[in-house]
Design a protein around this ligand. Structure first.
Ligand code: NDP
Length: 241
C-alpha cells in the first residue's frame, strides 16, 4: 500500500517540487499551504494532489489539519517540514514582529507539526521526518539574524528527534539548500544575484527546486533507513560544512 506524505508549504517553490516528486514516486501526498488560494488551487488542478490550508505557526491548526489529512489519506509516514518565510532586516533595525514571525513559521512549526505526527509514527514503528533548513542556518547571513537562528535551530531539533526515534524506525534529517530558483530567491534584486550571489556558487548557477526534491525522495525512501540526524547540503558547493 502506498505511503502517505505530508509536505508543508507544498504548493509553491521547493515544496511544490517535493510534493510532485513524492506523488510521482507513488506516495499519497498532502500539500499544505498558508493562504495563497489561487496558487494552491492551480497546483491541485494541474497535479491532482490534495491541498490543505492551515498556518504551521499555529499548534491547534496543525493538529486539526493533520487530523483532516489522516482522515482523507491515512496515517502520515513521511513529514516534510518545508514551509518557511523571510522577514529580512539587519538586527539593529529588526522589529520584534519580524523576529517572532520568522521564529513562529520556521521554528515553532517544527514542533507544531512533528509533535502531532510523532505518536502515530512511534506506534507504527516507522516514520520519515525531513526538515528543510538553509545554508544560511549553517553559515549565517547579513540581514537574517531571525532566519539564520531559526534555521540553525532546525539542525538541533533534527538531531534530538533522530535520537528519540532511532530505535523505533523513525529517521529525522535536515536538508540545507543553497540558493534555489523560487519566488523567495526571485525577491532578491537581479543585480545582487548576478554580482554577489552567483560568484559565490562554485557550480555557477542557482539550484532547481527539483534538485532539492530528489534529496527529499532519497531521505524518505527505505534505502535511507540508516541515515538519521544528518544534514544534507544541496548548495552547489557554496558552503562546505
Ligand atoms: P516559497 O516562498 O516559494 O513557498 C513557500 C511555501 O510555504 C508556500 O507554499 C507557502 O504557502 C508556504 N507557507 C509559508 N508560510 C506558511 C505558513 N505559516 N503555514 C503554512 N504554509 C506556509 O518558498 P521556497 O520554496 O523558496 O522555500 C521553501 C523552504 O526552503 C523554506 O523553508 C525556505 O526557508 C527554504 N529554503 C529556500 C531556499 C531558496 O533558495 N528558495 C534556500 C534555502 C532554504 P502560500 O502559497 O499559501 O503562501
Amino acid at each position: 500500500m502506498s505511503q502517505v506524505a505530508l509536505v508543508t508549504g507544498g504548493t509553491r517553490g521547493i515544496g511544490a517540487a517535493v510534493s510532485k516528486a513524492l506523488a510521482a514516486a507513488g506516495y499519497k501526498v498532502a500539500a499544505n499551504y498558508a493562504g495563497n488560494e489561487a496558487a494552491a488551487a492551480e497546483f491541485s488542478r494541474s497535479t491532482g494532489i490534495s491541498v490543505f490550508q492551515w498556518n504551521v505557526a499555529d499548534f491547534d491548526a496543525c493538529r486539526d489539519g493533520i487530523k483532516n489529512v489522516t482522515a482523507e489519506l491515512g496515517p502520515i509516514d513521511v513529514l516534510v517540514n518545508n514551509a518557511g518565510i523571510t522577514r529580512d532586516s539587519t538586527l539593529h533595525k529588526m522589529s520584534l514582529e519580524q523576529w517572532r514571525e520568522v521564529m513562529a513559521t520556521n521554528l515553532d512549526s517544527l514542533f507544531n507539526m512533528t509533535r502531532n505526527v510523532i505518536e502515530g509514527m512511534r506506534a507504527r514503528r516507522f516514520g520519515r521526518i525531513i526538515n528543510i533548513s538553509s545554508i544560511n542556518g549553517q553559515k549565517g547571513q547579513f540581514g537574517q539574524a531571525n532566519y539564520a537562528a531559526a534555521k540553525a535551530a532546525a539542525l538541533g531539533f533534527t538531531k534530538a528527534v533522530a535520537h528519540e526515534g532511532a530505535a523505533l524506525g523513525i529517521t529525522c534529517n535536515t536538508i540545507c539548500p543553497g540558493y534555489i530558483a523560487t519566488e523567495m530567491v526571485r525577491a532578491v534584486p537581479i543585480e545582487t544575484l548576478r554580482d554577489k550571489v552567483l560568484p559565490q556558487i562554485p557550480v555557477g548557477r542557482l539550484g532547481e527546486p527539483e534538485e532539492v526534491a530528489r534529496c527529499v525522495l532519497f531521505l524518505a525512501s527505505a534505502d535511507a533507513g540508516f541515515i538519521t540526524g544528518a544534514t544534507l547540503t544541496a548548495n552547489g558547493g557554496q558552503y562546505m560544512a
